[in-house]
Design a protein around this ligand. Structure first.
Ligand code: GLN
Length: 303
């Protein structure tokens, strides 16, 4: 019998024991009023089992976690050509930092910081209408999760667009360097909308199964690419907190400013945790703590 039900239930109790939840992201007004005192976790295994605890059915804004899916789609579309436009190195800077973009002539350090994800979105958008690109992104995520009930929250997308000065600055800088095929407005409209996709922890864990690398599940992308996506998640998935996350948890993972984290245990499981209060890197505070505890209890660190 799996130890996971007991471990997750204990983890849920432990996470609720103190009130140190961290602060929710306030630069997206629609996310600013979310109660930080929430916690949910879901584990889906390569054997097809699903275990959950806490607020695992509550939909939340997955935000930057969608960058994993858009990278998979952009690589599927353009292959290694994509790397001409974006790098594969950790940035050691905040997710929305602009300083390296000037230093590196408009080629973002990696696809998981905002500048890099704006480029991958632009790549998917090239030759397509925004609604077609968004339909493809949603279709990919729904197929990965085996769940048609995954949607974009339009109110969150518009809320971010009306306050997204930093992302507009990044997009205009990319355009000035010739690294944007579409207008900043069109690319960012698409970017904000895919960031505003909502999933519960259960749905997110299900959607991450395509990254497990196992013969037991239907395959969406081929193993070499799965390994590369995991490598980027490990090195870049938590921005300037990526080293700390690897040290504490030891799993490839991607965070979002909505408080979600998707982590992959290669060959074994996909894990999603959600708690909207963030730490100083803009990653879920309790989510990181829970991942560290789970990886320790299950012996899941890849190191
Ligand atoms: N949509 C958010 C932004 O561009 C995503 C950031 C995040 O989740 N870290 O700022």
């Amino acid at each position: 019998m799996s130890p996971l039900p007991d471990i997750l239930s204990q983890l849920n109790d432990d996470m609720r024991r103190d009130d140190d939840w961290g602060a929710v992201a306030s630069y997206i007004p629609e996310l600013a009023h979310i109660d930080p005192a929430q916690f949910g976790i879901a584990v889906t295994t390569a054997d097809g089992e699903v275990f959950t605890a806490g607020d695992a059915e509550t939909p939340f804004s997955v935000q930057s976690i969608t960058k994993v899916f858009t990278l998979a789609i952009a690589l599927g579309r353009s292959g290694d050509q994509l790397w001409r436009r974006v790098g594969r190195e950790p940035s050691g800077k905040a997710f929305n930092s602009i300083v390296q973009l000037e230093q590196e002539n408009g080629r973002p350090r990696n696809p998981f910081i905002n500048a890099g994800a704006i480029v991958t979105t632009d790549e998917i958008l090239t030759g397509r209408l925004p609604r077609e690109a968004l339909a493809e992104i949603l279709q990919f995520i729904r197929a990965a999760a085996g769940d048609e009930n995954i949607h974009i929250n339009d109110v969150v997308a518009r809320s971010e667009k009306s306050h997204g000065h930093r992302n507009f600055a990044l997009a205009h800088f990319l355009a000035s360097c010739g690294n944007l095929n579409n207008t900043p407005n069109k690319t960012l409209g698409t970017y904000f909308h895919h960031c505003a996709i909502e999933m519960s922890a259960r749905q997110l864990a299900m959607s991450g199964r395509f990254l497990i690398e196992t013969t037991k599940l239907p395959r969406l992308i081929r193993p070499p690419r799965i390994r590369r996506l995991n490598a980027l998640m490990l090195t870049c998935g938590h921005y300037d907190g990526s080293g700390d996350f690897a040290y504490r948890v030891g799993l490839p993972a991607k965070s979002g400013v909505g408080g979600g984290i998707l982590a992959i245990v290669p060959g074994v499981a996909s894990v999603a945790v959600w708690s909207p209060g963030l730490n100083r890197y803009g990653n879920s505070k309790k989510g990181t703590e829970a991942m560290a505890s789970l990886a320790r209890d299950m012996g899941w660190s890849i190191f």
